[in-house]
Design a protein around this ligand. Structure first.
Ligand SMILES: CC(C)(COP(=O)(O)OP(=O)(O)OC[C@H]1O[C@@H](n2cnc3c(N)ncnc32)[C@H](O)[C@@H]1OP(=O)(O)O)[C@@H](O)C(=O)NCCC(=O)NCCS
Length: 145
């Protein structure tokens, strides 16, 4: 049985940090691991939700993570989904779908107009298409500072 939990600041500790880093580095192996300070900052944000899926039979282990944050813009409220990662040995068992459904429901409750996610070919674009997301014909630009 899996349980979705929201990341709460007072639950952030070294153990949770190392579990989240284990998954984060599966998604982004070249990135720096998160620090405790950064994870606390993340958890403090008002319009941010990090979902953590725990296995009830193995509560020390995290099966998956994902985040959504909301921004009010010209369109209205927009949700941004990021960092969805299911632990390697738990994939193709519907866990990613559970996170996607959780965020879609949350965004509807918040009154968001739409939700966005970025993906590349390495990162299972089929997963999003399968859940009713549409590919936008746009380029995403980034400037490193
Ligand atoms: C993408 C990811 C989150 C999907 O999670 P999951 O729990 O394995 O997905 P589900 O079991 O809910 O799969 C639902 C559907 O998505 C599709 N899918 C899932 N992973 C896929 C992959 N790697 N490639 C292609 N399609 C995939 C399948 O079609 C599956 O449908 P099916 O059961 O009819 O075959 C997971 O594979 C993962 O963590 N990948 C590495 C990180 C990543 O790419 N994250 C996305 C960030 S953009």
């Amino acid at each position: 049985m899996l349980q979705i939990r929201r990341l709460k600041r007072n639950q952030v500790d070294e153990k949770l940090l190392s579990e989240i880093n284990r998954l984060w580095l599966q998604l982004s192996p070249d990135s720096e691991p998160l620090t405790l300070a950064r994870l606390k900052e993340i958890a403090r944000q008002r319009f941010y939700c990090m979902a953590i899926l725990k296995n009830r039979s193995e509560p020390a282990k995290i099966a998956a993570i994902g985040s959504i944050h909301f921004v009010r813009d010209f369109h209205g409220l927009i949700g941004y989904v990021n960092n969805v990662v299911v632990n390697k040995n738990c994939r193709y068992a519907g866990i990613g779908t559970k996170i996607e459904e959780h965020f879609t429901e949350l965004a509807k409750i918040q009154g968001a107009k739409f939700i966005d996610a970025t993906s590349n070919d390495k990162h299972a674009p089929e997963f999003w298409l399968k859940h009713g997301w549409q590919k936008r014909e746009t380029n995403v630009f980034r400037k490193y500072l």
